[in-house]
Design a protein. Structure first.
Length: 89
């Protein structure tokens, strides 16, 4: 089983994981073709952008958690729901 598939399984697990790290999210979304875009000015908000073949884009905006780097459960649930809605999961 690939690392990407393991991350997909962890993200979509029920109940939602409480230890999903931001670095894991970056790896997972880059596996789906999302590109990390960092806002200027030292902001902790990061955007993940996926260009659709038909035009337009999918966008996920997330605050980089600090100091631990672990995402909140509501963030994991929201990202998982959005990826399901778009057909990635």
């Amino acid at each position: 089983m690939s690392r990407h598939q393991k991350l997909v399984d962890r993200l979509s697990a029920v109940p939602s994981p409480r230890d999903f790290r931001f670095a894991d999210l970056v790896a997972l979304l880059s596996g789906f073709g999302f590109i990390l875009w960092e806002h200027g000015g030292g902001s902790s908000h990061k955007s993940f952008i996926h260009q659709r073949a038909q035009g337009g884009e999918y966008r996920i905006v997330c605050a980089r958690p600090h100091p631990g780097g672990v995402l909140k459960v509501y963030q994991v649930r929201g990202i998982c729901a959005r990826l399901r809605q778009w057909g990635f999961l």
